[in-house]
Write a protein that binds this ligand. Structure first.
Ligand code: FMN
Length: 190
């Protein structure tokens, strides 16, 4: 019986690893639950997968930023690189979530030519005054998003609560989830 109880306790400690991220218990200073939006653009689904995982953990709203310009095929890829390099804006579909009704907006973008995507640049340019607090995440083929985050920070004029970069390879392999959990915990400590 004693061994059984010890086993249950030990198993509880182990499984508590996920419950340890008790998002509902992490509150804003005033005791209110922080209202969070994950707003992201994704061309081929990698950033979307991370956004879905993140909003699932945080149990928060999600807004997919939709680029009305076709980014398909080789030509789409070439123009995407060109638009990103030249800091071009694009046309995005009308958003459905009012940014000023959130305490924190987590922006997700793929890295294009070491920069944020035109769709995210457009979202930020249209809404930056309405954003109270911000955090960034990105996915990328390589392994360094430093410049993109610095530029995003100066573009919005707000220091991000936290940043997270995930190589596309880790998303494909499914090994990215712990990084997302750690990111959400760090954010909610702020
Ligand atoms: C036009 C274009 C430019 C890219 N430039 C970079 C880059 O500079 N650095 C990098 O690490 N990955 C780069 N990538 C790879 C994407 O960032 C990566 O595949 C990302 O995970 C795709 O996200 P998505 O599936 O959400 O669209 C580029 C991809 C495209 C389409």
């Amino acid at each position: 019986m004693k061994t059984y109880l010890i086993y249950i306790l030990f198993a509880g400690l182990l499984t508590n690893n996920t419950k340890g991220y008790d998002i509902d218990k992490i509150k804003l200073e005033g005791g209110e639950k922080m209202k969070i939006l994950v707003a992201f653009y994704s061309r081929t689904g990698t950033t979307k997968k991370v956004a879905e995982t993140m909003s699932g953990i945080l149990k928060c709203d999600m807004e997919e930023i939709v680029d009305m310009k076709s980014r398909k095929g080789l030509w789409g890829w070439i123009m995407s690189g060109k638009d990103a390099t030249q800091n071009n804006l694009t046309t995005i579909k009308e958003i459905t979530k009012a940014p000023d009704s959130y305490d924190l907006i987590i922006i997700g973008t793929p890295i294009w030519a070491s920069k944020m995507t035109p769709a995210v640049r457009t979202y930020l340019s249209q809404n930056k005054e309405k954003i109270k607090n911000i955090a960034f995440f990105c996915t990328m083929g390589g392994s360094n998003a430093g410049n993109a985050f610095k530029e995003m920070e100066s573009f919005v004029g707000k220091e991000p609560f936290q940043t997270l970069e995930i190589p596309a390879k880790e998303v494909a392999q499914g090994t990215y989830v712990q990084k997302v959990k750690d990111f959400t915990v760090e954010i909610l400590k702020k």
